[in-house]
Write a protein that binds this ligand. Structure first.
Ligand code: FE2
Length: 384
């Protein structure tokens, strides 16, 4: 009995000693990702998280077998020290396939004059292809209003044509609100990574639900947006894409915003940017112009504040700019407005919370197929 007691006491003391030395038994691991963001013909941003603080880097292999190791720095200091890692890779060639792996060097102790490193974690080798400006076709999928029900998104992706897609749009309300960052991971990011996001990028469009909750202000930290804005444009193959942010749905003075909403001013700022974009060479020279925005921009009665604002200010601008298609979400219903039915002379496709849109823009116009959560065709449209 005395021997048993001594053994228990000894193991208890050893455990205490290990804890006092800061040693734990949890392995250093990647907890989420990697996911690709803001892929262009010359650059990409790769994001992942680890369970311990680390210094991130990317091992990149070019098609000729040349290896590069990339770390980012800001103000002379190499990025690192946190558990969320974001590395921008520049200097890529258009229309080229690259393989990469995320590299994380654990930081055990970080003091002014002494830094201790732990394990180095080499992530799985993944690959991506940069778009070519000469591409005559682009294929993409639009997913929206998942509201953290990642299972239905997984069901669609399991049955979908992932190899045939160039990229994905997440067109808002992917979460209910952002109070904890786990909502992003469990809500849709982990599912996206499992199926495609380490190889193909997604472009995340802010919906009204993404503006809510304490962590909503940190949304940009977990993704990478062109020009660090929620509204921007980019070109892929024959299409000039305009991505917009409709903001919150209700008036800024709504009591549930508690005096913290300023969306009318924000949308006006966005409108000024949009006027410049539709006057740009990229917009005018593109074969097709497609707008992606969470809320439909149509002429209709009894719309919420954001939709009224967008309808009055953005609708006439899109009409005079002659856009080819506007894709939206928010209403949780499927709808298609022909160009003579939207009120502004352009077609509008509204995708529901239980369907997914696969779009191809190529030689002979734009085609869109709306599919259900099992990947079966619901509706198909031929535009232009
Ligand atoms: Fe919404």
């Amino acid at each position: 009995m005395i021997k048993l007691f001594s053994t228990i006491l000894l193991s208890f003391c050893c455990t205490l000693e290990l804890i006092s030395q800061g040693i734990d038994n949890e392995n250093f691991v990647i907890t989420h990702g990697p996911w690709l963001q803001n892929l262009s013909s010359t650059g990409v941003t790769i994001i992942w998280t680890t369970n311990r603080p680390a210094v991130p880097g990317i091992h990149l292999t070019e098609p000729e077998g040349i290896n590069r190791f990339i770390r980012n720095s800001h103000d002379g200091i190499i990025d690192g020290g946190g558990m969320l890692h974001k590395v921008r890779v520049e200097g890529l060639k258009p229309g080229t396939a690259y393989s990469y792996s995320a590299n994380s060097v654990q930081i055990l102790k970080y003091q002014a004059y002494r830094i201790y490193y732990g394990d180095t974690l080499a992530g799985k080798v993944e690959s991506f292809t940069t778009p070519s400006p000469e591409a005559e076709k682009v294929s993409f999928t639009v997913i929206n209003d998942v509201h953290e029900l990642s299972g239905k998104m997984a069901s669609y992706l399991r049955n979908g044509n992932i190899p045939g897609q160039d990229f994905y749009f997440f067109n808002g309300d992917m979460i209910n609100f952002l109070q904890h960052t786990d909502q992003l991971f469990q809500g849709f990011v982990d599912t996206a990574v499992f199926y495609f996001a380490a190889k193909k990028p997604f472009f995340y469009i802010r919906g009204n639900h993404e503006t809510r909750g304490y962590v909503a202000r940190d949304l940009k930290r977990y993704f990478n947006f062109k020009d660090d804005r929620f509204y921007y444009s980019f070109d892929w193959g024959p299409v000039h894409f305009i991505v917009l942010d409709a903001g919150e749905d209700k008036s800024d003075n709504n009591r549930y915003y508690y005096g913290l909403a300023d969306y009318d001013a924000y949308r006006l700022e966005e409108l000024e940017w949009l006027k410049k974009d539709v006057g740009s060479d990229a917009f005018r020279k593109a074969k097709y112009r497609i707008v992606i925005v969470h809320m439909p921009v149509i002429k209709a009665e009894n719309q919420n504040r954001a939709m009224t604002f967008m309808s009055e200010s953005f609708g006439p601008l899109f009409r005079s700019a002659d856009i080819d298609l506007l894709i939206s979400a928010h209403t949780h219903r499927n709808a298609f407005y022909d160009k003579d039915k939207s009120g502004f002379g352009y077609p509008v496709l509204v995708n529901s919370n239980n369907s997914f849109v696969e779009v191809v823009a190529g030689f002979d116009g734009i085609s869109a197929v709306v599919k259900d959560i099992e990947g079966k065709d619901l509706f198909s449209y031929k535009i232009k």
